[in-house]
Structure formats: structure tokens, C-alpha cells
Design a protein around this ligand. Structure first.
Ligand code: CMC
Length: 425
């Protein structure tokens, strides 16, 4: 491959270096474009813009490949534990047994949340959306750790975030139910602890079901990173100003909440419920989605900026949904509606020609429902899964000493005009 590319503009030719990643993706390095030519690029939605070099996650949208640090998502989902994957993403290698034991034990022993933070929950309305509570509480963590800007303590902040996010998440749910909040228990592992804090009640015994643990392990792994998506780019952008890790991750939680991103999993179930309540005619909704410009209706859980053949996570999740529901003996009519909708869409030229396939959010909600997780907690589950990815990307960005992120624009407002005093307006 040529290692430079020429650009001719206003009669002059400029040369820019090209570069190639380890999986052969090719890029023009235009870092000096404006200095040399006076031009900037315009790329709304960053459809073509590489914001950084990263060694964490690779995905190939045409071939449907997703790899964390070189390991395929199919292998990791089948063979790894969520905390092992978290370690891999954050530190670059699968942990040895000794490394894993220390990492897991450190997380296990940092799950408690400061009692003053607990009081903050009382200030939220009981019907507050748990994503709003989560982003606020993660941001509040920065106020509880005065050493937040001490880079020598980054590993400790990482442990605190991983350990406390499930505690905060389940407390927001407990408060919305009007139930007492459960404290974490050190005898339980990461996923068992989450489930116990989420579902145990003081009035009866709660036993963690291994089928549920296994299903959550897979779901969390599938969500753990996805290179420079909207929330991860947000984390990196906020962190590039040297904002602390809690503030940066809190911004990521907020970005994830949007219905075009992680919030889609809640939208999918609400959409499937509506279709069911409307008689279950999936073709009607396919037609509405095809006329999105007049109806304003999108098929949530369909389409992806990068995947154009299939989303490998959706393939795994679809199979897991069948397995989990049958193992738990749950018969959810929503699953049949989802399958019918998928089939109708995949046989429709509108979806085929635009390469719109089910994404990770299409079937995940059906599993969460079967596990007893309420709809407004679905995006919180995504956030717990995505946390290691956000942390890994934040850490890489800081270690690589990336410059502050600061895009340009094409100004389209009024040109200079004289100030008009109020009485003359
Ligand atoms: N239903 C109907 N039409 C769609 C859909 C959909 N879900 N998604 C895209 N299209 C159409 C869109 O109208 C456009 O058509 P046209 O060329 O006629 O204008 C074409 O497909 C390209 O769409 P786009 O909006 O330009 O594509 P994008 O890459 O900017 O957006 C997306 C990607 C994921 C935001 C979009 O597909 C979408 O809104 N999907 C529904 C929300 C969703 O499921 N989000 C979760 C994404 S995966 C997990 C995550 O990232 O968190």
C-alpha cells in the first residue's frame, strides 16, 4: 500500500501520510490538514473519522467480526467470565489465575458504598429513571474520593468503579420499589452479588439460580466493549480534558441512555409490547418503519452504524434467549413477536437494501425480562456490562497522552453585524 496520499486543492498538491492498522484498516493521517491547506473536513456523525488509534477492540462490520484484544467474542462468551474479560480489556491480557484471584478479591472487597452516598438516593423521586440516578451517583463518587486526580491510584479507582456500580444500580431499583436496599455480601461473587442485591428481600430466602448467573455472564461479556461508539467516544472526549475517571464514566452513562444507543433495549421491549397489544401484526410495523420519514417510527433493535451483514452479538443473544427461556420454563409471547418481526424485516427489500439487521439490543431485553429484570433497568444492565470497556478506553487514552478532543466546525451563522441597542430592536 502507498504510504502517502495526494490531495489537490486550489491548484496545489499536498501529500499526507497513510497508515494501516494490524487488521489492515487503512487511514489517511490528516493531523496537519488545516495547517497545510487551510481546510478542515466535514464528517457529520463521524461516519468516516477515526478519532484515535486503539489496541483494545476490533470489529469488522462487513464480516460481522468482534474481537476484544484479539480474542473472538464467540470464544469469550462461551469460555470466559465477565471479570476475566474486564481484566483482559483493561490490562491487555487474559489474567493468570493469581492475577484473576487478586482482581476478583479486590473488587469483592470494595463493593460497599459510602453511607453518605446512600443518603443521596433519598433526594431522588421514587419514580426516577435508574439511568439518571446511575449517572448522578457515578459522578458523585468523584466527590467522595479526594485522591481522584492521583494517577498512582488509577487501579484503585478502577476497582471501586467495577465494585460499586452494581451496588448503586440495584439500590436505585430497590428505592423505586420502596424496598429496603440490600448491602453487598463478600461471600458472593460479582454476578451473584448483583442478583442478591437486586432480588433478595428480608422477609424470605433468595437463592441465586445458576442459569440466571450464566445468562448474565454472557450478556455482560457481549456488552463489555465496542470500540469508538457514542458513549465510549464521550468517555474519551470528557477524559481528554483530564477530567477524572468518575466524571468521564458518568458522561458515558448519560450518552448510553439515548434510545439510538443503549436505551434501545428498553425501547425494543416497549415496541414489542405495543405490537402485542395491537394484535401482533408485525407486517404493519414493518410498513410503518419503512415510512419512517412520515410515521417517525423506527424498528428499535435494528440497524447499526458499523455492522452491515449481521451483529455477531445478536446471533449469540438470539440463541441464548431460546436457551434461557426454555431452561427457566418461561413462555414469553414477546419472543415469538420478535422472531416474526425479524423474519418479516429480513425478507423486505427496504431492510435488505439498507443492510439493516437485528443488533445487540433486539433480543437482550427478552432475556432480561425472563430473568426478572424490569424494563427500566435494561439500559443499566448495558452500563454494567460496558463499564470495563469505558475504563479500558479511558485508561488507554490517558496512557497514550492523547490531546484534548476539540472538533472544528463549518460556521453557517450571520457574518459580523453591529450591536443594536434594545430600544432599536
Ligand atoms: N428502522 C427503520 N429504518 C432504519 C432503521 C431502523 N431501525 N435504522 C436505520 N434505518 C434507515 C434510515 O431511515 C436510513 O434510511 P434512508 O437511507 O432511506 O434515509 C438508513 O436506514 C440508514 O440509517 P441511518 O440512520 O443513516 O444509519 P446510522 O448509521 O446513522 O444509524 C442507528 C445507526 C443504530 C442509530 C440506526 O440504525 C437506528 O436508529 N436504529 C434503531 C436504534 C437502535 O436499535 N440502536 C441500537 C444500536 S446497537 C447498540 C448500541 O449502539 O448501543
Amino acid at each position: 500500500m502507498a504510504n502517502s496520499a495526494d490531495l489537490t486543492v486550489d491548484g496545489k498538491t499536498y501529500s499526507f501520510p497513510t497508515l494501516e492498522g494490524t487488521e489492515n484498516e487503512k487511514a489517511f493521517d490528516i493531523s496537519n490538514l488545516r495547517d497545510q491547506t487551510g481546510y478542515v473536513t466535514l464528517d457529520r456523525g463521524y461516519k468516516n473519522t477515526g478519532a484515535t488509534k486503539s489496541a483494545i477492540t476490533f470489529l469488522d462490520g462487513e464480516k460481522g467480526i468482534l474481537q476484544y484484544r484479539g480474542y473472538s467474542i464467540e470464544d469469550l462468551a462461551a469460555k470466559a467470565s465477565f471479570l476475566g474479560v474486564a481484566y483482559l480489556l483493561i490490562y491487555g491480557e487474559l489474567p493468570t489465575q493469581t492475577q484473576y484471584d487478586k482482581f476478583e478479591s479486590d473488587i469483592r472487597h470494595h463493593t460497599m458504598v459510602n453511607e453518605d452516598m446512600r443518603k443521596i438516593f433519598d433526594g431522588f423521586p421514587v419514580d426516577a429513571h435508574p439511568m439518571g440516578v446511575l449517572s448522578s451517583l457515578v459522578s458523585a463518587m468523584s466527590a467522595f474520593y479526594p485522591d481522584v486526580n492521583d494517577e498512582d491510584n488509577t487501579d484503585l479507582h478502577i476497582i471501586r468503579l467495577l465494585a460499586k456500580l452494581p451496588t448503586i444500580a440495584t439500590w436505585s431499583y430497590k428505592r423505586s420499589k420502596g424496598h429496603p436496599m440490600n448491602y453487598p455480601q463478600n461471600k458472593l461473587d460479582y454476578i451473584q452479588n448483583f442478583l442478591n442485591m437486586m432480588f433478595a428481600l428480608p422477609v424470605e430466602d433468595y437463592t441465586v439460580d445458576p442459569v440466571v448467573v450464566e445468562a448474565l455472564n454472557v450478556l455482560l461479556i457481549l456488552h463489555a466493549d465496542h470500540e469508538q461508539n457514542c458513549s465510549t467516544s464521550t468517555v474519551r472526549l470528557v477524559g481528554s480534558s483530564q477530567a477524572n475517571i468518575y466524571s468521564s464514566i458518568s458522561a458515558g452513562v448519560s450518552a448510553l441512555w439515548g434510545p439510538l444507543h443503549g436505551g434501545a433495549n428498553q425501547e425494543v421491549i416497549e415496541m414489542l409490547e405495543n405490537i402485542k397489544a395491537d394484535g401482533g401484526d408485525v407486517s404493519k410495523y414493518v410498513e410503518m418503519a419503512k415510512n419512517a420519514k412520515s410515521t417517525g417510527f423506527r424498528l428499535y433493535g435494528f440497524g447499526h452504524r458499523v455492522y452491515k451483514n449481521f451483529d455477531p452479538r445478536a446471533k449469540i443473544i438470539k440463541k441464548a434467549a431460546d436457551d434461557v427461556l426454555s431452561k427457566l420454563g418461561v413462555n414469553d409471547p414477546i419472543l415469538d413477536i420478535a422472531k416474526g418481526l425479524e423474519e418479516a424485516a429480513l425478507n423486505d427489500d427496504y431492510f435488505v437494501s439498507r443492510k439493516l439487521y437485528p443488533n445487540v439490543d433486539f433480543y437482550s431485553g427478552i432475556i432480561y425480562r425472563a430473568l426478572g429484570i424490569p424494563t427500566n433497568m435494561f439500559t443499566v444492565m448495558f452500563a454494567i456490562g460496558r463499564l470495563p470497556g469505558w475504563i479500558a478506553q479511558w485508561k488507554e487514552m490517558r496512557e497514550n497522552k492523547e490531546p484534548i478532543g476539540r472538533p472544528r466546525q463549518i460556521y453557517t451563522g450571520p457574518t459580523h453585524r453591529e450591536f443594536v441597542p434594545v430600544e432599536k430592536r
